[in-house]
Ligand binder design. Structure first.
Ligand code: D6G
Length: 840
């Protein structure tokens, strides 16, 4: 068999078709050597692989600098409406290759590195992931930054520069172990500290109501130090900014409280203030309610709003000269998008500035606030909704609590006038929840304080209107919108799957990279044998490459001719990794029963992190590893079924796994997964989806044709009907012998012979209080998986469906999503034009 092309060889082919420039090779080499010498202070005798990575990173970064300064200057000169994307998470992954792709430098850098006798892929592996996110919500923010820059929007991402991102997951004896993600240890070549833009953020203290207005006094101050990261658009010379704040204690921190040993203690106490930006909370779809998290949320908002207002008032680039004296025109020049309720404090903070600093009357301030802010809801799971106890607020942010009370008073007055005597509705719609502990409902605050509220897939936006926020929808129907999520085709196709990008470009040119709708032109190749062969061949190469990676890193041997059946996402009951496990066990039992039958071989891979405090999720990981231990060592099974837990799933592992997948598992209980974006990444990379009618799966089926996905299970209506009737797990357990056998094996220790009771609680949950109704979808899931196995034997028919899926992907570009946010929420116009290249 011929050796598969390396990515470097593939990109060289692509460059023939103009996907990457070839100029500058000798200049790149010179600059690389210059950085090795002057920046890293090394020569080739002593340089490490990491030094080489840093030398290359700096060489590439140099190409960003002129474009970055130019772009920001251009914004000051043309004064467009600015878009601010506020998010507690930006799950960026690596930056080097993405920068080379967007700047068309990849081919030239490959050549330069090759001529220097180094290995590009090895250098790339030295880069740490910027893991400042948990999952979909944070990665969406990262895809949006790429699209906003590629569409020429004057946009900024604002967040926190966590010193520790999402933990690294190790598997030890089948269990998840967390390790701290010390991603900044060797330095970050992509960021630029901007101490000149440092801002104070206040906490605690008390309010004074004076004739001169309200004063928030006796506060404790923490400084917010910004770090800027460039965000290049795709080949348009635009470079936007992601500004992340780091907490710094002021020099005089606690020095006033001098007592015995006070000075040393005060310096040591600086850590306390700086803890604000220490670590990302590792919860996905779960609200923990810790004070430090509330501090993080206010910290990013308070620093960001000061920056927004400073920029709004300033006139010329690099000058502090004020052109606008008041904030009345703010909504015409500023759009603030809240990524979930995490930055919800932007609403009372903007009100505080307008009322207390700018001295505007309430109605004017409120009008400015509502017209500036918009809110994206990301989930309907009740345990994920932020509801902060009043006492926390009273203590930490007393002025904001007063403002929230006043927002609520006026809001209640309006509702009472609309629905006289309807006490129950007032209670349901209040921003303040009564009870043992009074709480602020942050989603309600966001809905009331924004001019637009959106869900992230059509089905999710419909659910919001019909259930969780129904009362609000009835009073303000025009506020509610849908913005189906998307992914950037730069990272999730061109960068991670250059082979597929190439065979597509051969047929339809390369415009699809900035206009993904053009993929629909591939429909006419659905019967083109040569194209089908090319697509299948690339998939096979990707699978072989991933198999080699797994063998190198995890010492596991897998059959590259088996179907790669992959479920990668956070571990969560609602995502139903357990349903996948039950299918694996069913296959295992069938092969054991009829070992001489011909079976479609499968390698099932499951990966994802469990929140450290989420016990059931950790048990699910243990179940997967236990099943793998038994199945993978059973000689009767052989290489017809393998179960692999993909350790430490993160952006970089997604980029390797997804291009190698044949089958994508998207099997949440209908009505629980707001959108999903992993589902779109698999679709774009030529995997077929087995999934429920949930989240964006619904729209994927619409775009590709329902026959081209494997859809199974209850619809939202069925789940609702079952909730009314009552779900009885035992009924399915008794009726379905394969389900009974699998559950019995889990509970009698078949997969945990040393600890037969290990999964007792998990089984008890499934039988007695499973909120996500795993058993109810078992039968249909297994039948659907049988169809998957049957079709997989017919490579041509399988690949035809793959092509129909890729051709139907256009809608799922984050460029489409961002264009809709731009026009329908922010009031700005996207453009593919870009600006002139700077002289370099
Ligand atoms: C980025 C790029 C740099 C610019 C700086 C401040 O670091 O060229 O001067 O942002 O921009 P504003 O915050 O004033 O927009």
């Amino acid at each position: 068999m011929p050796k598969p092309l390396t990515d470097q060889e593939k990109r060289k082919q692509i460059s023939v078709r103009g996907l990457a420039g070839v100029e500058n090779v000798s200049e790149l080499k010179t600059n690389f050597n210059r950085h090795l010498h002057f920046t890293l202070v090394k020569d080739r005798n002593v340089a490490t692989k990491r030094d080489y990575y840093f030398a290359l990173a700096h060489t590439v970064r140099d190409h960003l600098v002129g474009r970055w300064i130019r772009t920001q200057q251009h914004y000051y000169e043309t004064d467009p409406k600015r878009v601010y994307y506020l998010s507690l998470e930006f799950y960026m992954g690596r930056t080097l290759q993405n920068t080379m792709v967007n700047l068309a430098l990849e081919n030239a850098c490959d050549e330069a590195i090759y001529q220097l006798g180094l290995d590009m892929e090895e250098l790339q592996e030295m880069e740490e992931d910027a893991g400042l996110g948990n999952g979909g919500l944070g990665r969406l923010a990262a895809c949006f930054l790429d699209s906003m820059a590629s569409l020429g929007l004057a946009a900024y991402g604002y967040g926190i520069r966590y010193e520790f991102g999402i933990f690294n997951q190790k598997i030890s004896e089948g269990w998840q172990i967390e390790e701290a993600d010390d991603w900044l240890r060797y330095g970050n070549p992509w960021e630029k500290a901007r101490p000149e833009y440092m801002r104070p953020v206040h906490f605690y203290g008390r309010t004074e109501h004076t004739p001169d207005g309200v004063k928030w006094v006796d506060t404790q101050v923490v400084l917010a130090l910004p770090y800027d990261t460039p965000v290049p658009g795709y080949r348009n010379n635009i470079v936007n900014t992601m500004r992340l704040w780091s907490a710094k204690a002021p020099c005089e921190f606690h020095l006033k409280d001098f007592n015995v040993g006070g000075y040393i203690q005060a310096v040591l106490d600086k850590n306390l203030a700086e803890n604000i930006s220490r670590v990302l909370y590792p919860n996905d779809n779960f609200f923990e309610g810790k004070e430090l998290r509330l501090k993080q949320e206010y910290f990013v908002v308070a620093a960001t709003l000061q920056d927004i207002i400073r920029r709004y008032k300033a006139s010329k680039f690099g000058s502090t000269e004020v052109v606008r004296v008041d904030l009345t025109g703010l909504p015409d020049k500023v759009a603030i998008q809240l990524n979930d309720t995490h930055p919800a404090m932007a609403i009372p903070e903007l009100m505080r500035i307008l009322l207390d600093d700018e001295k505007l009357p309430w109605d004017d301030a409120w009008d400015i606030c509502v017209r500036t802010c918009a809110y994206t809801n990301h989930t309907v799971l009740p345990e994920a909704l932020e509801r902060w106890p009043i006492e926390l607020f009273q203590n930490l942010l007393p002025r904001h609590l007063e403002i929230i009370y006043e927002i609520n008073r006026r809001h209640m007055e309006r509702i009472a006038a609309l629905f006289p005597g309807n006490e129950d509705r007032l209670r349901r719609m209040s921003l303040i929840e009564e009870g043992d502990q009074k709480k602020i409902n942050m989603a309600h605050l966001c809905i009331v304080g924004s001019h637009a509220v959106n869900g992230v897939a059509r089905i999710h936006s419909d659910i919001i209107k019909a259930s969780v926020f129904k009362d609000f929808y009835e009073v303000d129907p025009d506020k509610f919108q849908n913005k189906t999520n998307g992914i950037t085709p730069r990272r999730w196709l061109v960068m991670c799957n250059p082979g597929l990008a190439e065979v597509i470009a051969e047929r339809i040119g390369e415009d699809f990279i900035r206009d993904l709708d053009q993929l629909k032109k591939l429909r006419k190749f659905v019967d083109d044998e040569a194209f089908l062969r090319d697509v299948a061949k690339i998939k096979q190469e990707n699978k072989m490459k991933f198999a080699v990676h797994l063998e190198e890193h995890y010492k596991v041997k897998i059959n590259p001719n088996s179907m790669f059946d992959i479920q990668v996402k956070r571990i969560h009951e609602y995502k139903r990794q357990i349903l996948n496990c039950l299918h694996i066990i069913t296959l295992y039992n069938r092969i054991k029963k009829e070992p001489n039958k011909v079976w479609t071989p499968r390698t099932v891979m499951i990966g994802g992190k469990a929140a450290p405090g989420y016990h059931t999720a950790k048990m699910i990981i243990r179940l997967i590893t236990a099943i793998g231990d038994i199945i993978n060592h059973d000689p009767v099974i052989g290489d017809r079924l393998k179960v692999i837990f993909l350790e430490n799933y993160r952006v970089t592992l997604a980029e390797k796994a997804i291009p190698a997948a044949d089958l994508s598992e998207q099997i949440s209980t209908a009505g629980t997964e707001a959108s999903g974006t992993g589902n779109m990444k698999f679709m774009l990379n030529g995997a077929l989806t087995i999934g429920t009618m949930d989240g964006a799966n619904v729209e994927m089926a619409e775009e590709a044709g329902e026959d081209n996905l494997f859809i199974f299970g209850m619809r939202v209506e069925d789940v609702e009907a079952m909730d009314k009737k009552g779900y009885n797990a035992n009924e399915y357990y008794q009726r379905l012998p394969e389900l009974k056998q699998a559950i019995d094996q889990i509970s009698n220790g078949h997969f945990s012979p040393k600890e037969p009771e290990l999964f007792k609680d998990l089984v008890s949950m499934l039988m007695n209080y499973d909120r996500f109704k795993v058993f109810a979808d078992f039968e249909d899931y297994i039948k659907c998986q049988d169809k998957v196995s049957a079709l997989y034997k017919n490579t041509k028919e399988w690949t035809r469906k793959v092509v129909m899926n890729i051709a139907g992907c256009g809608k799922f570009s984050s460029d489409r999503t961002i264009s809709q946010y731009a026009r329908e929420i922010w009031g700005v116009e996207p453009t593919l034009e870009g600006i002139a290249a700077p002289d370099e």
